[in-house]
Design a protein around this ligand. Structure first.
Ligand code: F6R
Length: 369
């Protein structure tokens, strides 16, 4: 059942090209028109929403953070992302023009379910992005957009995360289509880039050995930091979470710009720091700021481990180790840049002899509040 892999986690990491492709499948036609029939919310009503609140926990909440960048950019709708368990306790402003987008792999996470119920009581429309057919959260929501990652067995989420991000892109493009925020040609162009992602993930997977080698050389690391900016920020957080969960190593993800406001004090000789570098073909100032961050931590002794885009020549000179991911649109980069961080955590945990499918103290679906 593990298809020759040593663990479900390894199998699921390797299934990610399919998870993304299957989530895209059948949801747009050759002209770039999206049809999300299963949504069950009247497009006219959807077009009128004034605000989106994404509710999720853990890895799913990082997918929500990626969604915020994409949906705000494409649709010009304000998007808030809130951890489900914090939501009810802050007296949130929710009404009939609010769309709640919950993201849950299992569809059974109690914190998220309770937050969705609360939002419904306040009159919000609720849409569930979920990987489990017929589970509680989609059943209780007005609309559902299923991710087609297939069953995820390993406790730590991998392929479901990439499928969730993919689904939020589809949602964002659909909203842009029905609200007229993007031209059909622009949507078609983004969909074409998305359609190329599965084979680009495969290219990353084909180079797993480079990441595993690094992981094997770092089995005595005590703390690892992860930096990212823009959509690279949730990727950094996800990389840190995977390392905590699987290898029980202290890890933290930071927004790269926050470094100088405190976390840089953590940097000392030999401290491993992963840096997720945005595309140099995107907004230039963002790229150059992250490259400066690499220099800053390196000058203080950090061991700089860089995830950058192919053909980015600016990072090599400041990096102890570089992993290149194929080129894509800045907003789509999490679908590629997350993968080496998953492989890193999985291999480091394996190396330490831990059970990567069943990390200590964790359960696959958290059905208590
Ligand atoms: C991390 C992980 C958890 C889940 C979180 C939400 O690897 O698996 O952080 O992402 O418990 O679970 P779902 O998505 O089922 O609501």
């Amino acid at each position: 059942e593990k298809d020759g892999y040593e663990s479900f986690m390894e199998k699921e990491i390797n299934e990610q090209p399919h998870a993304v492709a299957d989530t895209l499948l059948g949801r747009s036609d050759s002209t770039g028109k999206l049809t999300l029939d299963e949504l069950r919310i009247d497009p006219e009503e959807l077009a009128k929403i004034s605000k989106i609140i994404v509710l999720a926990c853990g890895t799913s909440a990082y997918a929500g953070q990626v969604a915020k960048y994409a949906i705000e950019h494409w649709c010009r709708i304000p998007v808030e992302v809130e951890l489900s368990h914090e939501f009810r306790y802050r007296d949130p402003i929710v009404d009939a023009s609010t769309l709640i987008v919950s993201i849950s792999q299992s569809g059974e996470t109690m914190d998220t379910l309770m937050a969705v119920r609360y939002a419904k009581e306040q009159g919000a429309k609720t849409l569930s992005i979920c990987n489990t057919n017929g589970s509680t959260i989609p059943r209780e929501s007005d609309a559902v957009l299923y991710t087609h990652a297939g069953p995820e067995i390993a406790v730590a989420s991998t392929k479901a995360f990439l499928a969730q991000i993919t689904a939020t892109y589809l949602l964002g493009l659909y909203l842009a289509q029905i609200r007229g925020n993007l031209f059909s040609g622009e949507i078609k162009d983004i969909l074409a880039d998305l359609a190329d992602i599965p084979q680009k993930i495969q290219q990353v997977l084909d180079r797993s050995e480079q990441i595993k080698e690094l992981a094997r050389s770092m089995s005595d690391a005590e703390s690892v930091l992860f930096l990212g900016r823009h959509v690279g920020y949730p990727v950094a957080m996800e990389g840190a979470l995977k390392l905590k969960e699987l290898a029980y190593i202290h890890a933290e993800g930071f927004a790269a710009g926050e470094l100088k406001h405190g976390p840089i004090a953590l940097i000392d000789e030999g401290k491993p720091v992963f840096v997720v570098v945005p595309s140099p073909r995107g907004r230039h100032s963002m790229h150059s700021k992250v490259v400066s961050n690499i220099q800053e931590v390196r000058a203080r002794g950090a061991k700089t481990l860089v995830i950058a885009e192919e053909n980015d020549e600016s990072v090599q000179q400041f990096a102890e180790w570089v992993f290149y991911v194929p080129e894509t649109k800045t907003l789509l980069m999490p679908l590629l840049a997350t993968v080496p961080l998953q492989i890193f955590a999985c291999e480091l945990a394996r190396q330490k002899g831990y059970d990567v499918d069943q990390p200590r103290n964790l359960a696959k679906s958290v059905t208590v509040e």
